[in-house]
Design a protein around this ligand. Structure first.
Ligand code: AKG
Ligand code: FE2
Length: 281
């Protein structure tokens, strides 16, 4: 591990995430809490230092070729087709997805992208923004990933298995690659299939959009919000780092999803799964 200081990664002057007692910290946390409660999303603009982003972009270029690529049809739950449901049901609605994922196991030992993910200061800050304790997602493949969108690639509507995500764009595409989401379209008790079907059939009235910039960190509640990234266009590959966290300890993704996204499963995917709700993956 290279062990950089937090001040290498984060603009701690404007975002003192390591000083929980400071007035600035409290102000940011309050704003984040309100946005996350209301919208499930909050962006910290230019919080990552230029030098760190440049170094992480260089790392992303080195590991990009390790991505598992798929171009496939998937539903929002990353689950198999289930003919016991009517044809006109969200579980049977399959969409084009084409992108690559560098899974957590493929990041090198001295990865600076990985180092920021495992920073306790970052994790504690995010926990404060959410107002609850959180854990690193225990799935060794899905915990830390890089979403690689070559020109022409797109990531279709989906939910995350983990409750919370921090995304960091390390290399933007020339056009497209816009993040779209519908906050709280489902909740712990209800899949809200009618609302989901409406969206899948093209009703964009509840959709919100964010165009991230390199250096921003986006805090996002991806378990209850449907979300996607629009097609990457131009000639530059979009590399987005995804840091994931869970409400419970030891949460692992489904083996079907793991095979679909990362091209493999591990022994942990065969064990009985810890979940914080009974929603479909
Ligand atoms: O590409 C994006 O902006 C979203 C990525 C995402 O939702 C994911 O990796 O689960
Ligand atoms: Fe996601």
């Amino acid at each position: 591990m290279s062990l950089k200081n937090l001040s290498y990664f984060i603009d701690i002057k404007n975002f003192p995430i390591n000083e929980p007692e400071s007035a600035k910290y409290k102000k940011i946390v309050k704003e984040a809490q309100e946005a996350l409660e209301f919208d499930g999303c909050y962006v910290l603009p230019s919080i990552v230092n230029k030098e760190a982003i440049n170094d992480m972009r260089a790392e992303s270029t080195k590991i990009e070729s390790l991505a598992h690529y798929t171009s496939n049809k998937v539903n929002v739950y990353f689950s198999k087709d289930d003919p016991t449901y009517p044809e006109d049901h969200p579980r049977r609605f399959f969409m084009e997805r084409s992108n690559g994922f560098v899974s957590g196991d493929k990041f090198p030992e001295n990865s600076i992208i990985k180092e920021l993910y495992y920073s306790e200061e970052l994790k504690n800050f995010i926990a404060d923004c959410l107002g609850i304790p959180i854990y690193h997602y225990a799935d060794p493949l899905a915990s830390l990933t890089m979403n690689v969108n070559k020109p022409g690639d797109r990531f279709s509507w989906h939910y995350d298995t983990n409750e919370f995500t921090v995304t960091m764009l390390v290399q933007d595409c020339d056009e497209g690659g816009v993040f779209q989401y519908v906050p709280n379209i489902r909740n712990k008790e209800d899949e809200c299939y009618d609302e989901v079907l409406q969206l899948l059939k093209g009703d964009m009235s509840r959709v919100k959009e964010i165009k991230l910039n390199e250096g921003d960190l986006q805090l996002f509640k991806g378990r209850y919000a449907l979300h996607r990234a629009t097609r990457a266009e131009g000639s530059t590959t979009r590399n987005l780092v995804v840091y994931t966290y869970t409400e419970k300890e030891n949460v692992i993704g489904s083996s079907y999803r793991s095979e679909e996204l990362y091209g493999k499963t591990l022994d942990v995917h065969k064990e009985k799964r810890v979940r914080s709700d009974s929603l479909t993956d």
